[in-house]
Design a protein around this ligand. Structure first.
Ligand code: 4NP
Length: 165
């Protein structure tokens, strides 16, 4: 753990306006429901810089809001090398994101750098597909995949926090 007694999670996609803000919002809501706000820090970022400073895509905001999660206060930022000093988990949405993150990572990074869906043994999917150029179905799928994987991640972190008490 980067900071004793807390676990930090960074979700990463390409633009930081669709998938990773959705994961950020949905996982943060799960953390809050579990009463773990003080122990778990959540953030998101993109490998690209095109949308820096922008709120999440309205289609992502709508899909998340249907599940009771408000993404409107988030603003896109680009992932940076210093993130590897800050986050215990850096979770990529797809293989391109993971490859870009591996190129950026310092050799000594000792956290979990992995595809987010690899933490969810209940799905055979390994990537959260980029919904940006597709229809509403794609945004629903993003929310479904992320809700399931968020529960798995939360259980894993709960076990980790208990083991470190
Ligand atoms: P995200 O989706 O990586 O899930 O935020 C995208 C957003 C924007 C672009 C591509 C993917 N874009 O090409 O601008």
């Amino acid at each position: 753990m980067k900071k004793h007694g807390t676990v930090s999670v960074l979700f990463v996609c390409l633009g930081n306006i669709c998938r990773s803000p959705t994961a950020h919002g949905i996982f943060a809501a799960a953390v809050q429901n579990a009463g773990l706000n003080d122990c778990v820090r959540v953030d998101s970022a993109g490998t690209g810089a095109w949308h820096v400073g922008n709120p999440p895509d309205p289609r992502s905001q709508a899909a998340a809001l249907e599940r009771g999660v408000d993404l409107s206060s988030q603003r896109a930022r680009q992932v940076k090398r210093a993130d590897f000093d800050q986050f215990d988990y850096i979770l990529a949405m797809d293989k391109d994101n993971l490859s870009d993150l591996r190129s950026l990572a310092p050799a000594h990074y000792d956290g979990v750098l992995e595809l987010f869906l690899r933490l969810d043994e209940g799905t055979r999917e390994v990537e959260v597909p980029d919904p940006y150029y597709g229809g509403a179905d794609g945004f629903q799928l993003v929310v479904d995949l992320i809700e399931s994987a968020s529960q798995e991640l939360l259980s894993r972190i709960q076990r980790q926090l208990e083991a470190n008490q």
